[in-house]
Design a protein. Structure first.
Length: 272
């Protein structure tokens, strides 16, 4: 069976569209709201969902996503709980790809083989493990591949050519290009600089290239959609959730509306 990520990017390519990838933290502010938010983002136009696994020390994330992890952990969310959320999502949506983004410690505690088997059974399609360098990922990669899970890596503006080659050789699903020199939510690099970097990556891999970190507005998403295979949006969505923690029932509709704004802007730029 074709992995959902490959299938979705094939559909997008055939339609001449860039993918919209949305990130939220699982369990922020609670499981039921996260599940409703996942479906709302798809209704708004998200092509792929990135679900953050909350962790006590999310070193790649800025304050916004750090606080989201704290709220989720305080509410009792765990890696097992994240997999249960994906399973619940799959009961209604068998098609939208889901990627887990997180850190290695909870996965090591569960065990590579157990995690890969349980994630695949729940309906996960890929995993981005932020703090796992490719040099140390071979055992993990074997278990993910055995269960049909894609291994996604980050590449940064500071990545040297040797690192780029190593990651492109090991990555599957898509390559995630970080458009900022810093943590999530930071200021995005100048568009021309990002376009040149994406072009360089496309010369070295047949995988789709998604661009994220620092994408906060429909205009920025549209600019990136002109030359990337996917635009990845996270911190601004988590900010919407944070602002509505006191009115949780309003979160899904607000996320759906913002995703729709992003989707319209991206499609308009590709059609221009």
């Amino acid at each position: 069976m074709t992995n959902r990520i490959a299938q979705r990017f094939a559909e997008l390519n055939a339609a001449g569209r860039a993918g919209l990838v949305t990130f939220i933290t699982a369990g922020d502010p609670d499981s039921a709201t996260t599940l409703a938010a996942m479906h709302a983002l798809v209704r708004g136009g998200a092509d792929l969902l990135e679900l953050g696994v909350p962790f006590s020390d999310p070193m790649a994330d800025g304050p916004t996503i750090q606080r989201a992890s704290e709220r989720a952990l305080a509410g009792g969310m765990s890696l097992t709980g994240v997999l249960e959320l994906v399973r619940a999502f799959r009961a209604e949506d068998p098609h939208t790809p889901v990627v887990l983004m997180g850190y290695l410690n909870p996965i090591e505690c569960m065990g590579y083989g157990s995690f890969a088997a349980r994630a695949a059974a729940a309906g996960v399609d890929g995993v981005l493990t932020v703090d796992l360098p490719p040099e140390e990922a071979s055992e993990y990669h074997v278990e993910l591949a055995r269960h049909g899970l894609e291994q996604i890596f980050l590449l940064a503006p500071t990545s040297g050519q040797e690192r780029v080659r190593a990651i492109c050789a090991q990555a599957s699903g898509f390559v995630y290009y970080v458009s900022v020199k810093g943590v999530t939510g930071g200021k995005s690099s100048e568009a021309g600089e990002v376009e040149r970097a994406v072009g360089g990556l496309k010369a070295q891999t047949r995988l789709p290239v998604g661009v994220g970190f620092g994408v906060r507005t429909p205009d920025t998403a549209a600019t990136l959609a002109a030359f990337s295979d996917a635009v990845i949006v996270g911190s601004v969505l988590v900010e919407i959730i944070e602002a509505l923690v006191g009115d949780r029932a309003a979160i899904p509709a607000r996320l759906e509306a913002f995703a729709a704004d992003l989707r319209r802007a991206m499609d308009a730029r590709r059609a221009a």
